[in-house]
Design a binder for this molecule. Structure first.
Ligand code: NAP
Length: 485
């Protein structure tokens, strides 16, 4: 890969105990926009994973013994370095993942913002004193780092999904081993290089890259020296990892799939709703867990919304994310395109209409043009399943209670959005939606100060915010007795 200001950010091997571990077997990392090989990375496996766990275990004592201020300074250094290298990190990210460069740089800043946030929040790990049941006793509650944390992360946010977890874990005093997705290890390795430059000690942050997802995942979920496992990915894989974690009763947090409804009521500012739906649907070519999956529009504004939405979609520009002005990049693989097309085809055969979009776009097998489907019902495949592609299904509804019923009729519960200017409706709908995050007159909701996470089969635990440290801490109750003279 060329055009990096700092070529040393492009790494080719796992980072374990402060060292780069080279091996014979390699994985080719491809640019999804062009199919070109951008780098080769050593293919580590279960042996290196075990090594990383042992190095994290060894580093735990000294790291957890540091003061919150000392850890904060090192995390702050890491944040500063990520921001100073935002351009290069963005370029690496776009090259391996495909999203437009501006979005990739935005992801780097978003990921870094969690490191900045937890550098501060780590100073506020407060305990409690609780009135005791008798005068000769005192009840004190302290919080301690849970121990070694293992993480598995997906390809759609190769930087931020790691930063969100590692920042909280390290701030809490835990050490960390992450296995990034096979297709996108370069962002993770660049983060490791910067962690080292930031002064984060060897063994505290480890990245193991390899294509044996099952084998490496088994160790990370079942190892007795790992106290906590955190996963971002599909619900299907998440479920099997939860059961693997049960063998050692690990603390688990899961950021899984979504099926976000985006509801437009007839009292909404329609232009604002169009802008919100556009960014929430087509960001990252529709490949985000909080992407709008179903657009629900009240019948009496359906024509107006659809017309304005299509006008906005026409302005999107699809192509290689490294090219200027591109707003929708490729999907991650040709197989992913095929799967989304299948959802479209099946829904059309059940009565949906392709209202806008170049279904047969021919700029490359990894590309799918932004598509708008009308006359969709909630039982069609595009509404039932997580699409994970640039397809906007529009469903119409009559009234508020029908909208809430349709929105909640899914096994997922990650993000939901709605647009309304009626204050009573705003409260009723916000409280009625079974989702962990609700955007009200807003299509972009995630930030480091807010708790990110889902209900139902979208997972458990929260990332970011003052709640985000809880997943990495043990609560310990100290009962002090014998205080009578
Ligand atoms: P995925 O297939 O579940 O893969 C995610 C990660 O798990 C990858 O690193 C993958 O490795 C690994 N993996 C796959 N099978 C495994 C196994 N049997 N044991 C251990 N690890 C295994 O999900 P994806 O398709 O990459 O990502 C998209 C999904 O992630 C969507 O459902 C999306 O909604 C969800 N997501 C959720 C959030 C959130 O915060 N809630 C954020 C982003 C994405 P390989 O790369 O080697 O396959």
């Amino acid at each position: 890969m060329q055009h990096l200001n700092d070529q040393k950010l492009l790494k080719h091997a796992s980072y374990i105990n402060g060292c780069w571990h080279y091996c014979v077997n390699e994985i080719a990392i491809l640019n999804p926009a062009t199919g070109e090989e951008i780098a080769k990375v050593c293919n580590a496996g279960v042996t290196e994973t075990e090594l990383a766990i042992q190095s994290a275990k060894k580093a735990l004592k000294a790291w957890s013994a540091k003061s919150a201020n000392e850890r904060s300074t090192l995390l702050r250094n890491w944040f500063d370095l990520m921001m100073a290298n935002q351009d290069d990190l963005g370029r690496i990210l776009t090259s391996e993942q495909g999203k437009p460069l501006a979005e990739a740089k935005g992801e780097v800043a978003y990921g870094a913002s969690f490191i900045e946030w937890f550098a501060e929040e780590g100073k506020r790990i407060y305990g409690d004193t609780i009135p005791a049941s008798s005068g000769d006793k005192r009840i004190v509650v302290i919080k301690q780092p849970i121990g070694v944390v293992a993480a598995i992360t997906p390809w759609n946010f190769p930087n931020a999904m790691i930063a969100r977890k590692a920042a909280a874990a390290l701030a809490a005093g835990c050490t960390f081993v992450v296995r990034p997705a096979t297709q996108t290890p370069l962002s993770a390795l660049a983060m490791a290089e910067l962690a080292e430059r930031a002064g984060i000690p060897a063994g505290v942050f480890n990245v193991v890259v390899g294509d044996d997802a099952r084998g490496m995942g088994k160790i990370l979920t079942e190892h007795k020296d790992i106290a906590k496992f955190t996963f971002t990915g599909s619900t299907e894989v998440g479920k099997s990892l939860i059961s693997q974690c049960a063998t050692t009763v690990k603390k688990v947090s899961m950021e899984l799939g979504g099926n976000a409804p985006f509801i437009v009521f007839d009292d909404a500012d329609i232009d604002a709703a169009v802008a919100g739906a556009l960014v929430s649907k087509y960001r990252n070519a529709g490949q985000t867990c909080v992407c709008t999956n179903r657009i629900l529009v009240q019948e009496n504004v359906l024509a107006e919304f659809t017309e304005k939405f299509i006008e906005a979609v026409k302005a999107l520009s699809i192509g290689n994310g490294l090219d200027e002005d591109v707003t929708v990049g490729p999907m991650i693989t040709a197989q992913a395109v095929k799967e989304v097309r299948k959802l479209i085809d099946e829904s059309i055969s059940q009565g949906a209409e392709l209202t806008f979009g170049d279904y047969d776009l021919s700029i490359g097998e990894n590309f799918l043009a932004p598509i708008v489907l009308s006359k969709v019902t909630n039982d069609m495949p595009v509404a039932h399943y997580e699409i994970f592609g640039p397809v906007a299904p529009i469903i119409s509804f009559q009234d508020e209670s029908e909208a809430i019923t349709i929105a909640n009729d899914t096994e997922f519960g990650l993000a939901a959005y709605f647009y309304s200017r009626d204050i009573g409706r705003v409260w009723r709908v916000a409280e009625g939606l079974d989702f962990g995050m609700v955007g009200i007159n807003e299509g972009l909701i995630s930030n480091a100060a807010a708790p990110f996470g889902g209900m139902k089969q979208s997972g458990n635990g929260r990332e970011g915010s003052k709640y985000g440290l809880d997943d990495y801490l043990e609560i310990k109750y100290l009962c002090m007795g014998g205080l009578d003279k």
